[in-house]
Ligand binder design. Structure first.
Ligand SMILES: [Zn+2]
Length: 511
């Protein structure tokens, strides 16, 4: 009965999802505990579920980013997601109820819409949740990030993984600490992880190296570009980061298999909401954008399941908790807005994206025929992209890897290129986890000459990147390109060229 007494002070990082870096820290004291919390816990003690559950919520992941087509996961770029899809049920018409994490997480963990948007994403405000449901039957391996939905007393060692304890912990470490805690026993386990990946800031490439984003922020390219010409840099960076997320997913599944915890566990991999990577106004849930924000991945691997299935049922985030209860064969001792994804009753006819503070956008609940975000991605990177195509969107990817000697060479007289991180590139030793793969700068030309429209980057004599130039304050020919960490040897010789007549490469003098 005294399970929830003496709750310590909690520190919550309350995050408006798209404003992570500037999110305020709110200090929250212990609230008077509602009687209902203890009742929920008592109910939980009565359950006899023996099935382990792993629920992983990747933050800000639209399902279209993972799709190759509407019925196939992109296996070349995301082999671990593709493998999971091949041995689980892919609810490819799954969607979020909120685009704000602080509302999305409680809706997932309670099975209910959040009626009062002033509630915080913490146990005291949402005492009936997945953790109290399974408190009596499951060992908790819980790594929350910006929520505190699991009572501290239920955590092993009583140490929360959120708030102060995880403040500033790198995101990959947060994920890997969770992975490391899987030891295969004893008894049924609830593994819960919410990780702020592939959420902005976009900084990782698939290997897990970072390219350093400070310079980008300085020129207004922190996340979503304010320059039309550079909108697709965001899609590129998002996909590269997602490549690393795929590797992390592989580490988790590998670890679960290693300790014998994978086959018989109910595994659910999903996201709290998507994001829109098309156009300038990306965060407003208009009808056009709503589906980019709504549609999320949802893979449910039942205990013992080895074959993949695709299901088109209209499933929303509020259905996750009832689905878990359904698979475990237990009753949820409170009313839920959601119901099991495996329910045989007809699904809801609409999907609704609720805005924080009120208002909502409703769309038809059937699996959509049109996927503009997927079409956009395929236009940028091709129908069967490799990582080389993602590093170099557009036709230019065919030039990557070719020696400059294969081209007729010249010099653009009177032009001067300036690379912001030239010194860091020259000094690169090839070992640190942050690599100088971001080539950012501008070209000035002699008065009266036209600004070059393209910059070609050669490293040790081989083309490794091409950038269209764009105009910004103080420079009519700015450039930015990302090169793969695999293409950047120690102490590289970097040379810049622009395109001359008949495909000639004209060298630019640079710092
Ligand atoms: Zn989120």
């Amino acid at each position: 009965m005294g399970l929830y007494a003496n709750l310590p002070f909690l520190v919550l990082l309350v995050c408006a999802c798209s404003l992570l870096s500037s999110a305020p820290l709110a200090f929250v004291g212990p609230a008077p505990l509602p009687q209902v919390a203890e009742e929920a816990a008592l109910e939980a003690e009565a359950t006899e579920a023996r099935t382990s559950v792993v629920l992983v919520i990747f933050d800000q992941l639209p399902v279209s980013s993972l799709m190759r087509t509407t019925d196939e996961i992109e296996g070349e770029l995301f082999p671990n997601f593709a493998k999971l899809a091949a041995e689980s049920t892919w609810f490819r018409n799954a969607s979020a109820c909120y685009k704000r994490t602080v509302l999305a997480l409680p809706s997932i963990l309670t099975g209910n819409l959040v009626e009062d948007h002033s509630l915080l994403p913490r146990f005291q405000d949402h005492p009936q949740n997945l953790f109290t449901l399974l408190a009596g039957s499951h060992r908790m391996v819980v790594h929350e990030r910006i929520t505190a939905m699991c009572p501290t007393e239920l955590l092993e060692g009583g140490r929360p993984q959120y708030g102060l304890d995880s403040k500033g912990a790198p995101r990959a470490d947060h994920f890997r600490r969770f992975v490391a805690r899987f030891d295969g026993g004893p008894g049924p386990t609830l593994g819960f992880l919410h990780v702020m990946l592939p959420h902005v800031p976009w900084e990782f490439v698939p290997s897990g190296k970072k390219y350093g984003t400070k310079m980008l922020r300085e020129v207004g390219l922190g996340a979503w570009s304010k320059y039309d010409a550079l909108l697709d840099l965001g899609v590129q960076r998002h996909l590269l980061q997602l490549g690393f997320v795929d590797a992390l997913l592989g580490e988790l599944i590998g670890r679960m298999k290693e300790v014998g915890a994978y086959d018989e566990t109910l595994v659910i991999i999903t996201s709290d909401h998507g994001c829109s990577l098309r156009g300038l106004d990306r965060d407003t849930p208009t009808i056009e954008r709503a589906r980019d924000l709504l549609h999320v991945p949802l893979f449910v691997k039942l205990p013992g399941q080895t074959d993949g299935r695709i299901v088109d049922r209209n499933v929303e985030s509020i259905d996750l908790l009832p689905t878990i209860a359904d698979v475990l064969g237990i009753e949820v001792p409170w009313e839920t807005d959601g119901r099991s994804a495996f329910d045989e009753e007809p699904a809801r006819k609409k999907k609704v994206l609720h805005n924080k503070g009120g208002g909502s956008v409703a769309v038809d609940g059937t699996f959509p025929e049109a996927w503009p975000a997927l079409d956009h991605k395929r236009t940028l990177f091709g129908e069967s992209p490799t990582w080389r195509d993602v590093f170099q969107p557009g036709q230019a990817s065919e030039e990557l890897g070719r020696p400059v000697e294969e081209f007729e060479l010249g010099v653009l007289e009177g032009a001067q290129a300036r690379i912001a991180n030239a010194e860091a590139i020259r000094a690169w030793e090839g070992t640190s986890t942050v690599y100088p793969g971001l080539l950012l700068g501008s070209v000035t030309v002699a008065e009266g000459d036209p600004a070059p429209r393209e910059v070609v980057f050669a490293i040790n004599g081989v083309i490794r990147g091409v950038s269209q130039t764009y105009a910004r304050e103080g420079s009519s020919a700015s450039f930015v390109a990302l090169i793969s960490d695999k293409d950047l040897p120690a102490h590289p010789q970097l040379r810049l060229y622009t395109r001359g007549p008949e495909g000639r490469l004209l060298a630019l003098e640079s710092n």
